[in-house]
Design a protein around this ligand. Structure first.
Ligand code: NAD
Length: 499
């Protein structure tokens, strides 16, 4: 049984865990390790070390901080196979997808290697007589990140790479369901030359999250997870005076116009709905064909594409997707399938009861397709986060655009069409934060930024890109004058107008 501890200054062993949580092997459905569930005392130690390291780290010039990131990127690349296997063994996503998880995080690290350029402030020479104005971007202090199970490499890197590049020190609280890759990333970061205390990992559940939200030594918190918890984290953290960004759940729609390239659309939809067993915040679990003819054609092709799908163990190179993360999550997804049936949706393909020979206890769910789902159904309104695709038929473009716009979530959306005008209208009018045009999973590249609307994100700044830099720094403005010793300013009692 593997024991997974915190990676904090002074070592994990020195802090025995009174509580632990099981870490599963989702392929086999057995416990493979246990992770420490830390509490306030562990966090205090980490924050003390992070506060001690922060002034030294931020005083180091930005290029030298960036060099640590360069070296970290090289180390992660050198250890890619080991990291992907470890990630896949706890999460259940197939190895190639696990590599993608790591690579999309590394893309952000790459961007952050160039942050010294973006950290430059603004300068106005001669803003008034003999007066110059300039701005500086300064770090906030100690930052914390609380991350979900579904991207155990990418999302921690979204957070800590910009935070530390800007001169903050950082404490990561990853998901207790797949905690090993975050630990390895932290170890590699230290191996890359980061001083002790710049990046640390503490493990835990709500107790640790609450300790982070209340800790006076932590200046900012970045959260990604489900919406109710995101809202809670946002409220409690901001009440404690912290800067907080909190990304939540999703229910992304794909609008399929009558003129869409149907072969391409079906291939894209199947990958985006069932890839990673649907456990992506940018999955496409809702298909909205416009018009009955489009709907019938789409359904027919989806059924045959689904028949060809091969869920399998995460190390099987022929498998398109693996098991879901825990038995509890499997039961939850299957419950949503039952609810969909009870609410009157038509269950076209039922993935419940799917088993794999030799892995009967694995947390597998077969691909599931519903047709004639309607907006009133709770199975439509709520996030299922499993390999379940729902068809909601729309009569017109207007009806189609209203569905994602009125939904409680607004993370991602896609439109499949050959009509540039319709696509342009859609992109401008839809009330969703990230839009794909003939692109099924529109996760923006690392030098743009990531963030949804409505209950998919609380707070002001997106993740990574220039938005990450804005979140992890505060602006200081300096107005300077170097008088030459001449006559005193006669208008000192009125507000200076720089006239
Ligand atoms: P989760 O909300 O259960 O957990 C996220 C984090 O919150 C974990 O670190 C967990 O330990 C902690 N946590 C859990 N319960 C808590 C509680 N009661 N109080 C305080 N903290 C608590 O999410 P998950 O199941 O790990 O991840 C899946 C969810 O994350 C989905 O809803 C998915 O859409 C969302 N997600 C969103 C994005 C995005 O960018 N919008 C990206 C990835 C995942």
């Amino acid at each position: 049984m593997r024991r997974i501890g915190h990676v904090i200054v002074g070592g994990a062993q020195a802090v025995p865990a009174a509580r632990t949580a099981p870490v599963y092997d989702p392929n086999r459905g057995v416990v493979q390790g246990e992770v420490a569930l830390g509490e306030g005392a562990v966090l205090d130690r980490a924050v003390t070390a992070a506060m001690a390291a922060q002034p030294i780290w931020s005083a180091m010039n930005p290029q030298r901080r960036a060099r640590v990131l360069f070296q970290f990127k090289a180390l992660v690349e050198a250890n890619m196979a080991e990291l992907a296997a470890l990630l896949s063994s706890e999460h259940g996503k197939v190895i190639e997808d696990a590599r993608g998880d790591i690579q999309r995080g590394l893309d952000v690290v790459e961007f952050c290697c160039g942050l010294p350029q973006a950290l430059k402030g603004e300068y106005t020479h001669g803003a008034g007589p003999g007066i110059d104005v300039y701005s500086m971007r300064q770090p906030l202090g100690v930052g914390a990140g609380i991350t979900p199970f579904n991207f155990p490499a990418m999302i921690p890197m979204w957070m800590f790479a910009p935070a530390v590049a800007c001169g903050n020190t950082f404490i990561l609280k990853p998901s207790e369901r797949d905690p090993s890759v975050p630990n390895r990333l932290c170890e590699l970061f230290l191996e890359a030359g980061a001083p002790e205390g710049v990046l640390q990992v503490v493990h835990g559940d709500k107790v640790m999250v609450d300790a982070i939200l209340d800790h006076p030594g932590i200046a900012a918190v970045s959260f990604v997870g489900s919406s109710d918890i995101a809202h809670y984290v946002y409220s409690r953290g901001t009440r404690a005076g912290k800067r907080v960004q909190a990304m939540g759940g999703a229910k992304n729609h794909a609008i399929i116009m009558p003129d869409a390239d149907m072969d391409q659309t079906v291939a894209d939809l199947v990958g985006a709905a069932f890839g990673s067993a649907g456990e992506r915040c940018m999955a496409l679990p809702v298909a909205v064909p416009v018009g009955e003819e489009t709907a019938d054609a789409l359904r027919e092709r989806l059924v045959s594409a689904i028949e060809g799908l091969k869920p399998g163990i995460s190390t099987d190179p022929a498998a398109q997707y693996g098991p879901v993360v825990t038995a509890q999550h499997k039961a939850r997804v299957e419950q949503w399938i039952a609810t969909g049936v009870e609410e009157g949706a038509e269950l076209v393909t039922d993935g419940r009861g799917f088993t794999l020979q030799g892995y009967e206890a694995g947390f597998f769910i077969g691909p599931t397709l519903f047709d004639r789902v309607t907006p009133e159904m709770s199975a439509y309104r709520e996030e299922i986060f499993g390999p379940v695709l729902q068809i909601v038929r729309a009569r017109t473009f207007e009806e189609a655009i209203a569905l994602p716009s009125r939904h409680q979530y607004g993370n991602g959306v896609a439109i499949f069409t050959r009509n540039g005008h319709a696509a342009r209208e859609f992109a401008a009018r839809v009330e969703v934060g990230m839009v794909g045009i003939n692109v099924p999973i529109p996760v923006p590249v690392s030098y743009h930024s990531f963030g949804g609307w409505k209950r998919s994100a609380f707070g002001d700044h997106n993740q990574y890109g220039m938005e990450g830099l804005r979140f992890w720094t505060r602006t200081k403005l300096v107005t300077q004058r170097w008088p030459d010793g001449g006559a005193a300013d006669v208008s000192a009692f009125i507000i200076p107008t720089m006239g």
